[in-house]
Ligand binder design. Structure first.
Ligand code: R5P
Length: 292
């Protein structure tokens, strides 16, 4: 087996290779003068089980194209098998046609990967698992919640876990189980034109004097968690901690969260964001590779 880091691996090939006691290598990447991506694969591909590590954070389209070039080249160079580890998988939130004519980008991504020769896929906490039925081959979804629970448990007392929307209830329940506390959720609506988030329904449960741990799969603009934080602080919460997996942190998200009273942010090294407590998911990815 060879673990190959792409241009957007965020260094994860090294922690995966170390956990598996396997060799790692890095692709050579450049930009042609007109902006097209150049990829050169390492020499040892022929007959190998190749694991490509490439996240798809911003610029998403470039990183996706690089992954497809890596996979297609590995196939041309006679790899025995091609597994893609995509720690953060972009385009997963558009998982259905909300209005006529829209691209279902989650499904499209999985079809592109199959077409490029990828036969197994490892993804860290995607937005939903349902789109993965569009992928032909093994899929392993890595759960970061045990790692997050262990880290956050060190800085909280008297916690309650909160999902900032209905889609996150299962995550909140799992984290609350590990922190041995109660959980609740909020209902949110997002304006389809401005993307602004509003809290729609009242919360259930008491937040007076509690350390509220808001858990989500992704922080993009920070609007979702900021609204939830304001709501629980106005109901007497002692402090608010944000626990998310993919810290995409677009458009001033850090300041938005700070302004809303979030005192600590935990994330995972699926994207290269640094201004938070970042946990290494390499060993968990390595464990899923052994199952595949
Ligand atoms: C949506 O359902 C996701 O789980 C996140 O809540 C959302 O994508 C976060 O986006 P933002 O940080 O822009 O509010």
């Amino acid at each position: 087996m060879i673990i190959i880091g792409g241009p957007a691996s965020n260094g994860l090939e090294d922690s995966i290779a170390k956990a598996l006691n396997e060799k790692s290598a890095k692709v050579v990447d450049k930009l042609f003068p007109d902006g097209e991506s150049y990829i050169k694969m390492p020499d040892e591909i022929d007959g190998e089980d190749v694991v490509l590590v490439q996240s798809t954070y911003s610029p998403q389209d470039k990183h996706i194209m690089e992954l497809l070039l890596m996979a297609d080249t590995a196939r041309d160079l006679n790899a025995n098998s091609i597994t893609a580890v995509v720690p953060y998988m972009a385009y997963m939130r558009q998982d259905r046609r909300f209005t006529n004519g829209e691209a279902v980008s989650a499904q499209a991504m999985l079809r592109f990967m199959n077409a490029a020769g990828i036969t197994s896929l490892v993804v860290v906490q995607p937005h939903k698992s349902t789109p993965f039925t569009a992928f032909h081959g093994n899929v392993s979804l890595v759960d970061p919640i045990p790692l997050q629970a262990k880290a956050v448990s060190k800085i909280i007392s008297d916690p309650v876990v909160l999902a900032p929307d209905k889609g996150g209830i299962n995550r909140a329940e799992e984290l609350a189980g590990m922190l041995k506390c109660k959980f609740s959720h909020i209902d949110k609506v997002r304006d389809s034109v401005t993307w602004e988030v509003k809290v729609e329904a009242p919360l259930v449960g008491s937040f007076e004097g509690k350390d509220v741990v808001i858990v989500d799969d992704i922080i993009s603009t920070g609007g979702t968690i900021a609204q939830a934080a304001r709501e629980v602080l106005s109901r007497g919460a002692e402090k608010v901690i944000a626990v998310a997996t993919h810290l995409v942190m677009a458009n001033g998200a850090r300041d938005r969260l700070k302004g809303a009273g979030v005192s600590e942010i935990f994330g995972i090294n699926t994207v290269p964001y640094q201004d938070a407590k970042i946990l290494d998911i390499g060993s968990q990815i390595a464990a899923s590779l052994t199952k595949i």
